[in-house]
Structures are given as C-alpha cells and as structure tokens.
Design a protein around this ligand. Sequence first.
Ligand SMILES: Cc1cc2nc3c(=O)[nH]c(=O)nc-3n(C[C@H](O)[C@H](O)[C@H](O)COP(=O)(O)OP(=O)(O)OC[C@H]3O[C@@H](n4cnc5c(N)ncnc54)[C@H](O)[C@@H]3O)c2cc1C
Length: 467
Amino acid sequence: MLRVSNIKINISLDQDKYIKKKLSSIFDQDIKEYKINKRSIDARHKPDIYYIYEIDIDVKNEKEYLDLGIASEVFDEEYKIDQSKIKKSLKRPIIIGFGPAGIFCSYILAKAGLKPIIFERGKQIDERIKDVEEFWKSNNLNINSNIQFGEGGAGTFSDGKLNTMIKEKIRQKFVFKTFVECGAPEEILYLNKPHIGTDVLRTVIKNLRNKIIELGGEIHYNSCLTNINVDNNKIKSIVINDQDEYETDDLVLAIGHSARDTFKMLHNFLEMSPKPFAVGVRVQHKQDLINKNQYGESYKLLPPADYKLTYQTKDGRGVYSFCMCPGGFVVNSSSENNRLCINGMSNHDRDEENANSAIVVTISPSDYGSDIFDGMKFQEMLENKAYIEGKRLIPVSLYKDYKLNQVSTSFGSIKPIFKGGYSFGNINNIFPEYINNSLKEAIDYFNTKIKGFNDDDTIIAAVEART
Ligand SMILES: Cc1cc2nc3c(=O)[nH]c(=O)nc-3n(C[C@H](O)[C@H](O)[C@H](O)COP(=O)(O)OP(=O)(O)OC[C@H]3O[C@@H](n4cnc5c(N)ncnc54)[C@H](O)[C@@H]3O)c2cc1C
C-alpha cells in the first residue's frame, strides 16, 4: 500500500469524486477505492478553502511510483504487548484512578493477563452524571463525585479533544482505535484535530470499562486511596477509605491534577517538585464570529471553527488560549467546598451558539513561592476568591466591565451558555494585578487575530485554575 500526501480539494466540491479523479491522474490508472489517513483544513487563502488529504491506496506498479517519489510506503505497525517483558508477580497490580491514564493503564495490563485491581474515589458514570447535574442545578457539591472525580476522570465532561504531545504514532493509533471499538466516531482516526464530545464519551467509557472487566480486571468505586504502607523502601500494601488494606508489589498512581488531599498524603512517600502552570479566565463569543473570522463566508460548509492564540506581554509573560471548545458550554467544574473553578465542554456536534476557551497566563514558582505546595495553595486561593466573588456561583462579567474594573449589570448581544449557576462579579477582585493586566493586554491583542475578540459584550468567567 502507498501513501500520497497533499491532495488538495476545494471544500465546495464533491470530495469523493474529486479525490478519485486526482488519484487517477497521479497514478495514471482508474482508482475506485482509497482510505483517508489524515484530513486537515487549509483556510489560508480565503475565500478559497481546501481540505488537505493524506491518502492510502493500493495501485498497480507500486515500485515505479516509489522510485519517482510520488508516494511513500505505508508501515502500519500495530501496538503489541511484549509478553517477554511481563513480570510474573504473585500479586495483582493496583491502579489508583480511572481517568484516561488509569483506564488505558488498566486496559493494557488486563490485555497482558495481569488482572489489575482499580480503585476510583468517585462513582460509576451513570451515578456520577446524576451528581454533576444535581450540582449544576442546586449548587450542592459532592466532593468525591463531580466533574473532576469519578469514572472516566476529568475529561468526561469535556470537549473530548484528543490532544497529545506524544509524537510516537503506534501507541497513539492504538488509543484511537480502542476509542472507535468502544463507540467513538471513525473520523477520529483521520481528522487533524479529532474530538469525541461529552455525549459520546460517556458510552465509550462504559464500553472500555466492560472490556477491562471481561479481561479479568476488577474496579472498585467510592474507593479512595488514603495511605500507603512501605517496608524497606518498597510498597507493601495500600489503604482504601482509611480502613481496607490491599497488598501489592506494583502500584500505579493515575490520580490526575485535582486530588490535592492525595498529593499531600503522597508527599510522605514520594519526592515531588513544583512545576509552572497557568491560570486565567474563560471567554465566550458567538461561534458565528469565530467561524467567519477563520473561514470567511464559506463557514457554513465546514464544521465549527476553533482557534489557538498566543501572546507575550510587554513584561515578558506568556498568555495563550487553551482548551478551546467550539459550540460548547462553560461548566462549573469545582471539586472542593468553598472553592470554584470552571472549564469547557462540548457535545460531539458542537452545536451550541457560543464558542469558549480559556485564556491563561503562565506563572511559576517565582510568582507563588518555591515551597512544594505553594502552587496548589495559590490555586486554592484563586478558587476561593472566585467562589466569594460569584456568591457561590460562577462569577461572570462583560469584557467592557472587566476593563473598567466594575460589575456588569446585564449581558449584551451574546447569550451566556453555562452549566451551573452564575452571577455578575468583578473578575479583577480574583487575581493579582499582574494577571489582570496580562489578560487584558492579551485579549486586546487577540482582537488583531480574531476581529471582535475584545468586543465589549464578550463574556468572561473565572477561574481557570486547573490547566
Ligand atoms: C471540564 C474539563 C474539560 C476538559 N477538556 C479536555 C479536552 O477536551 N481535551 C483534553 O485533552 N483534555 C481536557 N481536559 C483535561 C483532561 O481532563 C485531563 O488532561 C485528563 O483527564 C487527565 O487524565 P488523568 O487520567 O491523568 O487524570 P483524571 O482524568 O483527573 O483522572 C484521575 C482520576 O483519579 C481519581 N482519583 C484521584 N485521587 C484518587 C484517590 N486518592 N483514590 C482513588 N481515586 C482517585 C479521580 O477521581 C479521577 O477519576 C479537560 C478537563 C476538564 C476538567
């Protein structure tokens, strides 16, 4: 099989017909079948917008085309578990946390025949959904069953963007194929920026769980790791919910970024170091505004547009957009009492009226202190201020009022789209001055990239503290 890159077809054309036509001319033979390996959008020459394809194809006289450099050979290597490397332990491995990391770790260990035991502090997905919806309705938070904690982990109530910084393709393909086997749309195998959507993810997670159980894995919910027993610098057993002890030789901590109580407990056993992160707000614009900026008037032929923006402030601080959710919701994603944080979420169709994204400012130990938990304390402080500013609800403001350091009294042309209650507050009261200044400088600059980004009516909400 050969792979041919850079097949460029205008989005207004019948894609299948023109792909075949183009391939037939490149290979000088009639092409009836092909497989898309990758598809991206090229909108650099608006109003002409193109899909760019990488196509895999079987043709006659492959060698001839390879020699001419027209195509390359396809090496579709499958991810395989190397049985020779599997340690034959008498005790079953234990995994803490059933988010993406814990799920895939468990699945691979289960495929290797090691029958992992998984402990997850939150509930099974259906129960968890009820708790999250109840929280959005009544503001009654369950600290172990919420947007951060429970089966599927923090990304379950998300856009389901499949982001990775890992360039290694074999494992990546394995992950994507597993998602498709469990109910994700096939398009994730070839789209340049694949996403699943929170509605579809919920089914995918259930199917992944069932695969693990079928392979001999065992999942315990409502089960929080509360201590570790170490003997001679080696793990002996773990303690769940302060009472039940389980022996193991192999422990995987897949606990995500929000289990602050567990981080403190682990500090007794592990060396840890603070790491720079970013905090900020989430902005909402009309999706149409983003579409028109990115694609011009052809946007109706294309899926909802996204963006990625970066800026360096005059005093050298990095500000960037993060976790952009086309056609989505801004959600209250708190997991601790008296603290409030937010995030973004979309369904697969991304069909809500607004686009949202986090606009965050990079901060480092020189801003918040070099003690091991100073960064965490800083996050907690911001989340508490957001909780107070919003009177227990998501604090929101028009961008105009954020700049004028005042509380908004009504929304403008953009209808707010939130999951969870919200109330007007002065976002300036939440952050130190250098963060407020950096955010405003960057949002005004982003208007030079996306016209309307800093409109008076742009809705901002806080606080994004868990990037
Ligand atoms: C609302 C939202 C939207 C997001 N959208 C996206 C997106 O579109 N794309 C993207 O790539 N990323 C997104 N993210 C980030 C993404 O969720 C995380 O990168 C990802 O979930 C990390 O996976 P993980 O398995 O390491 O940790 P997590 O998903 O955080 O999972 C950790 C699990 O461990 C459990 N746990 C913690 N402590 C204990 C303990 N002591 N005992 C037992 N269990 C414990 C938790 O309950 C949790 O289920 C989003 C996050 C949020 C909150």
